[in-house]
Structure formats: C-alpha cells, structure tokens
Write a protein that binds this ligand. Structure first.
Ligand SMILES: Cc1cc2nc3c(=O)[nH]c(=O)nc-3n(C[C@H](O)[C@H](O)[C@H](O)COP(=O)(O)O)c2cc1C
Length: 217
C-alpha cells in the first residue's frame, strides 16, 4: 500500500509540509499491521505546467486516452498516483485560493479522467481515499466571513466527482516568518501569532494526524 502527500507549498519544512507529515504519521499509525509506504511529493521541486488543452486524453482510440500525454516532471508522478491507496493534498492559501502550482497539478491529475459524456462520468482507474489540508493567515472567523470554504468547495467537488470526497482540515492564523520584527507586518500582532503558534498549532498537528488515521480507516 502506498499513500502520497502532495505539498503545494514552496516551503518544505513549514506549516503545510509539517501538517502533511503529521497526516502521513497518522496513516502509518492506522495501518500498523499492514505494509504501508508513504511519500511526500514537493511540487515546487518539479518542472511542469498546467493542462495545455491538447485533448490527447479525450481522443478516441488515442494512445493517451484517459491519461495526460504531456511528458514533463509530473508524468511519472501521475502514473504513480493513479495506483495510490490514498492521496493527501496540502496547500497554503495564496490570494484566497490554493497555490497556482497545486491548481496546475490538479488540472493534469483530474481532467484526463473526466469524460465528456452526458453524465461527465469518471474513468479514474482507482478511487482511493483523498484529503485536503489548507493553511492560511486568516483566522477562522475571517475565513468564514470572506467565504474561503465555498471557494475551496469547488476544488473539493471536482475531486469528489473524479476520485473521492476528500476529508478536509484548515489550519488558520499560521506563523509566517521566523522573526516578525524583520518584516513589515504590522497587520499582525507578533505576540498573538506566537501564542497561537504555541497553543493552537500542536492541536492542528494532532488534527492532521487524526485525518491521516481516518483516511485509512
Ligand atoms: C503569495 C502569498 C499570498 C498569500 N495570500 C493569502 C491569502 O489570500 N489569505 C490568507 O489567509 N493567507 C495568505 N497567505 C499566507 C499563507 O497562506 C500562510 O502563511 C500559509 O500557512 C503558508 O504556508 P507554508 O508555511 O506551508 O508556506 C499568503 C502568503 C503568500 C506567500
């Protein structure tokens, strides 16, 4: 069995990556008796684009029907994911959405499986459990007020239609810099941020761990 975490953050050791690793730890814990491998894929290490609209994935009788034909750094990754036993996506919120890198990745992963028939059915070879972890500056109340969940819901709906309905968690009010005094950042109170980091982030890590265990259950 193999479960993958897809890191949509350019940072390999920060909020998103930490929560993804906790989720994979939860997967391992839940799968104790079974042979299970986990892997984090850092999207910003890879050279690729979003969908190029070549439609090779929809060409009747074509060699690439149902799969992405573009041969760049994620070609092999997409092959591996087609047989995954679980996929956990993680993204920081950039300008009120997931990062462009993850959006491009999802176009390449999901669109080839979407059939342009009357039901917009799916030909994904495997329907593995999925999850989504979002991290952001916005506090929970603000996130709800400005409607982030309904934005994210659109991505989750595509995932549900083509693979499976994802488990979801948010980590709010994340700590962004090592030292707030070095940056123009008076929109935030460093003290409040540091306190949130100390008290809430460990709880978010626990929540990510539980998300991982629930993914496998
Ligand atoms: C380019 C950029 C845009 C951002 N836009 C938003 C935003 O619209 N809303 C928000 O709540 N946080 C925003 N943030 C903050 C990040 O989402 C947040 O710090 C996140 O937890 C960083 O994840 P990381 O530590 O894994 O890189 C932005 C950060 C950057 C660098």
């Amino acid at each position: 069995m193999k479960v993958y975490a897809i890191n949509g953050s350019p940072r390999k050791n920060n909020n998103t990556a930490t929560l993804l690793q906790k989720a994979l730890d939860g997967v391992k814990e839940a799968a104790k008796d079974k042979e299970i491998e986990t892997e984090i894929i850092n999207l910003y290490d890879l050279n690729y684009t979003g969908c190029k609209s070549c439609f090779a994935c929809k060409r009747l009788g074509g060699a690439s029907y149902g799969k992405c034909a573009i041969k760049d750094d994620i070609y092999e990754v997409l092959e591996k994911l087609s047989q995954a036993d679980g996929i956990i996506f993680g993204s920081p919120i950039y300008l009120s959405n997931i990062t462009g890198q993850l959006q491009s990745f999802l176009e390449r992963l999901l669109f080839p499986y979407l059939v342009y028939d009357e039901n917009y059915s799916t030909i994904a070879p495997k329907k593995m459990p999925t999850a989504f972890i979002y991290t952001m500056n916005a506090q929970e109340e603000l996130m709800d007020k400005i409607g982030y969940p309904s934005t994210f819901n659109k991505i989750e709906s595509s995932l549900e239609r083509i693979l499976t309905k994802p488990l979801v968690m948010y980590s709010n009010n994340t700590y962004q810099f090592d030292d707030y005094s070095k940056y123009k950042s008076n929109a935030f109170s460093e003290e409040e941020k540091a306190e949130h980091r100390r008290t809430q982030f460990p709880l978010d890590c626990q929540k990510a761990f539980e998300l991982g265990t629930n993914l496998i259950k």
